[in-house]
Design a protein around this ligand. Structure first.
Ligand SMILES: [Zn+2]
Ligand SMILES: [Zn+2]
Length: 242
């Protein structure tokens, strides 16, 4: 049975901290042999919709939602999920729309938008946990997420969290084919995970981008080219960029 090389958690320049367009992401996916990519921009789905419309790579439309308690991923969305609401309310809203709820980088201390202990209250609503985040260089935080997922019987996945042009399949899962959200979740239980890291140059660029944009109060030139089109959706809690 053919298994899909699937990247989960990728950003386009509909996120303020990404410098690649949706079509550039598609080109990178084709170049890196990726069959399917879940695009999860910060509080935005237009980039994912544009990549899906291109049609050359299978795209799961998702969103990295900035909840009041930290970041959540919603997958299989067709509408934007409002940011700034409590995590449990956000998760219920994603499920009500037929989507899946994933916990990205839940215990990363390098990202001040991680769920941390708030993940416990989300347990009845979680579909999967990010047990490795390719931009987090601290492996014990991934190990903690993996233990959490195992203890609670939740599927794990590896999250690329790739923002920069040319980066995508730093980590991926090989998973059985799926048709919809429910079969994706089942396929994830049978997935083989291939963790990886995005590397020092990637991290240095993202740290520089984050520091400079904090000082400037806007994204660096070349970043977030499509992100400023929705100023009304600025979340109550600003994403730190993970
Ligand atoms: Zn994040
Ligand atoms: Zn992210």
């Amino acid at each position: 049975m053919r298994r899909l090389r699937t990247v989960i958690h990728a950003h386009t320049n509909y996120s303020p901290d990404s410098n690649r367009s949706p079509l550039e992401l598609v080109e990178t996916a084709l170049g890196q042999g990726v069959d399917c990519v879940a695009i999860t921009d910060h509080d935005e789905i237009e980039g994912a919709l544009a990549a899906r419309a291109d049609g050359r790579v299978r795209v799961i439309v998702g969103q990295e939602v900035s909840t009041a308690d930290g970041h959540l991923l919603g997958l299989f969305l067709e509408e934007l999920v409002p940011p700034g609401r409590p995590a449990v309310e956000t998760a219920k809203r994603i499920h009500a729309r037929g989507g899946l709820v994933l916990a990205p980088h839940p215990f990363s201390t390098l990202c001040d938008d991680s769920l941390g202990s708030a993940i416990v209250g989300l347990l009845p609503h979680l579909d999967a946990v990010e047990v490795s985040n390719a931009r987090n260089p601290l492996p014990w935080q991934d190990a903690r997420a993996a233990r959490f997922a195992r203890r609670h019987g939740l599927p794990g996945y590896v999250g690329a969290d790739a923002h920069l042009r040319g980066t995508l399949a730093a980590c991926y899962q090989l998973m059985p084919d799926f048709q919809d959200a429910a079969s994706f979740r089942t396929a994830l239980l049978q997935a083989e995970l291939f963790p990886g890291r995005l590397g020092v140059a990637y991290l240095a660029t993202m740290v520089c981008q984050s520091l400079c944009s904090s000082l400037l109060g806007r994204p660096l030139p070349g970043f977030g080219g499509n992100a400023a089109t929705r100023p009304a959706l600025a979340p109550a809690r600003q994403p730190a960029g993970a």
